[in-house]
Design a protein around this ligand. Structure first.
Ligand code: IPE
Ligand code: IPE
Ligand code: MG
Length: 251
């Protein structure tokens, strides 16, 4: 689907101009419960959830969001039944293909967060292709977290830092917050301004713990497959009512 041109101006919410967060991170939760409430199998929820992701990507861009990071599969999600994991992997294969076309049609740059080596080789390959083919695009920066866990990401960063120190490429005194952030999967990506978690749970579930240090959190009961552009606008509206102090004091 082609998206059209993003509004350069902040959108209008009841007469007042709204500041749009530059980077929105989403924990897409509630696919299974949503499907169950409709008397359908969990996988139906995942299929509808993936379709909704396409729609929300477009909506996010049209609202003026520049970076969108979504949690598709956590390092803990392997604990689910092999049937569900297999169905999710099949869906990710399809989704990667769709995403390739969406990226091409809409100038979207895709990056993948997480450790790919646990994924099937063909999926690793198509994710790498998706990243490579979209790397020069200048539209929406879209990050997909797949086999992602924040603790795993931090441990992998520490290993790389240790290897660089052992090889003499880095000395411990050079390890600053900025240097450390550069070893994370999100290197070069600004920290999220707004985190949205759908479907009622109020926890991080191992998502972006370093990057969310000063992010505003928004929780909604709406399950992911039913989450709409209006729900995204509500989250942005709520974000606008927050006072971000970063530890300082505002007059
Ligand atoms: C989110 O929906 C998708 C993934 C974690 C893969 P869930 O599958 O967690 O749905 P609920 O939370 O069980 O309803
Ligand atoms: C978090 O959702 C992971 C993703 C959305 C991919 P979960 O459904 O796995 O989280 P918990 O188990 O409720 O913490
Ligand atoms: Mg869940």
């Amino acid at each position: 689907m082609r998206w059209g041109i993003a509004s350069a101006m902040p959108f209008d919410m009841g007469g007042e101009a709204v500041a749009v967060p530059k980077h929105v991170a989403i924990i897409l939760d509630g696919n299974g419960r949503w499907a169950k409430s409709k008397g359908m199998p969990r996988n139906y929820g995942h299929v509808k959830g993936a379709q909704n992701l396409e729609v929300i990507c477009r909506d996010a861009w049209n609202l003026g969001i520049k970076y969108l990071t979504v949690y598709l599969f956590s390092t803990e999600n392997w604990k689910r039944s092999s049937d569900e994991v297999d169905a999710l992997m099949t869906l990710f294969r399809k989704y990667t293909k769709t995403c390739m076309k969406t990226a091409r049609d809409n100038n979207m740059k895709v990056r993948v967060l997480g450790e790919p080596s646990a994924l099937a080789p063909d999926l690793q390959e198509s994710l790498a292709k998706l990243v490579e083919s979209s790397k020069d695009n200048t539209g929406l920066n879209f990050q997909i977290a797949i086999n992602y866990g924040s603790r795993d990401e931090i441990v992998r960063a520490v290993r790389k830092i240790s290897a660089d120190c052992a090889a003499g490429r880095l000395i411990p005194e050079q390890i600053t917050e900025e240097c450390f952030a550069g070893y994370l999967d999100t290197a070069g990506i600004p920290d999220p301004d707004l985190l949205i978690r759908t479907s009622g749970e109020q926890r991080l579930s191992n998502y972006l713990m370093w990057q969310l240090a000063y992010t505003e959190f928004y929780f909604t009961d709406v399950p992911w497959p039913a989450f709409t552009k209006e729900d995204l606008q509500k989250a942005i509206d709520q974000y606008n009512s927050r006072d971000r102090r970063y530890g300082g004091v505002k007059a």
